[in-house]
Design a protein around this ligand. Structure first.
Ligand code: ADP
Length: 241
């Protein structure tokens, strides 16, 4: 079964073709890494999944139905979204940031507290972080809070758009391990956009290589690494550290 399907999806920004006739399914409860150079169309693809961008052509199937852009807010509650820079609210504490969607959706206070504690411990944030403000945190800590916030409602889909791009290698490795632990503890359909090939190979069960809005290859990690289908992917794989 697939929670995300693209059927002949194209997108252009006033003449620039960003995605060209994409046809694919994303495997349920796996991590799918979308990899490609800057400008290859990765962000456009991920923003189409959560309805931030309406494609100029084609149909997008998410969580059992075709995207209805008039009802997108309800759907978004089922899609966790984490971006580089996290988008935390600066005037809210860590706890207020994480709990926000719980309050909005009428979750019980006790359940919000329990879920927050659980998620914070999964990403190795000690309870004293709850009363801190985003500016008092390191980049890695902010990114961890962003993950907790995105996971509060236990969404079946988690989209990460270059979420770890700004982190130093050590912090990046720590958060990678935490993401894998989260995935083991509560598996969900994760789409991870990155230009970092090593990150894609480390985290992705499946990998899609995009270039110029076209899929160059889409397969399991093993297929992409050991059996690149064309020169572009072959060349790309030569850049693994
Ligand atoms: P990536 O995430 O891989 O860097 P994007 O999806 O951001 O790629 O961009 C794909 C293409 O679409 C690029 O050529 C980019 O310049 C263009 N593009 C992206 N966003 C816009 C926009 N808002 N207006 C015009 N062109 C855009």
């Amino acid at each position: 079964m697939s929670l995300i399907q693209f059927e002949n999806v194209s997108h252009s920004y006033s003449g620039t073709n960003a995605l060209d006739n994409l046809i694919f399914e994303i495997a349920e409860n796996k991590i799918t890494a979308i990899i490609g150079r800057s400008g290859s169309g990765k962000s456009t693809l991920v923003q189409i999944i959560n309805g931030l961008i309406v494609p100029t052509k084609g149909k997008v199937f998410v969580l059992g139905s075709y995207l209805d852009y008039t009802k997108i807010n309800k759907l978004r509650l089922k899609i966790g979204y984490s971006v580089q820079g996290t988008g935390l609210f600066p005037h809210m504490t860590v706890y207020e940031n994480i709990s926000l969607l719980g309050k909005i959706t009428g979750m019980l206070k006790h359940d919000i507290e329990r879920r927050t504690d659980f998620l914070m411990s999964l990403v190795n944030l000690t309870p004293d972080f709850k009363t801190k403000y985003p500016h008092q945190l390191s980049g890695g800590e902010q990114q961890r809070v962003g993950i907790c916030r995105a996971m509060l409602l236990n969404p079946p889909i988690f989209l990460l758009d270059e979420a770890f791009a700004a982190l130093d290698p050590t912090t990046k490795n720590e958060i990678h391990a935490e993401l894998l632990k989260l995935q083991e503890t509560e598996p969900r359909t994760i789409v991870l956009v990155t230009h970092d090939l090593n990150e894609a190979i480390k985290l992705g069960d499946n990998i899609m290589v995009l270039e110029n809005g076209v899929i160059q290859q889409y397969g399991t990690r093993d297929e992409i690494v050991n059996n690149p289908q064309n020169d572009f992917v072959k060349n790309y794989m030569n850049h693994i550290n």
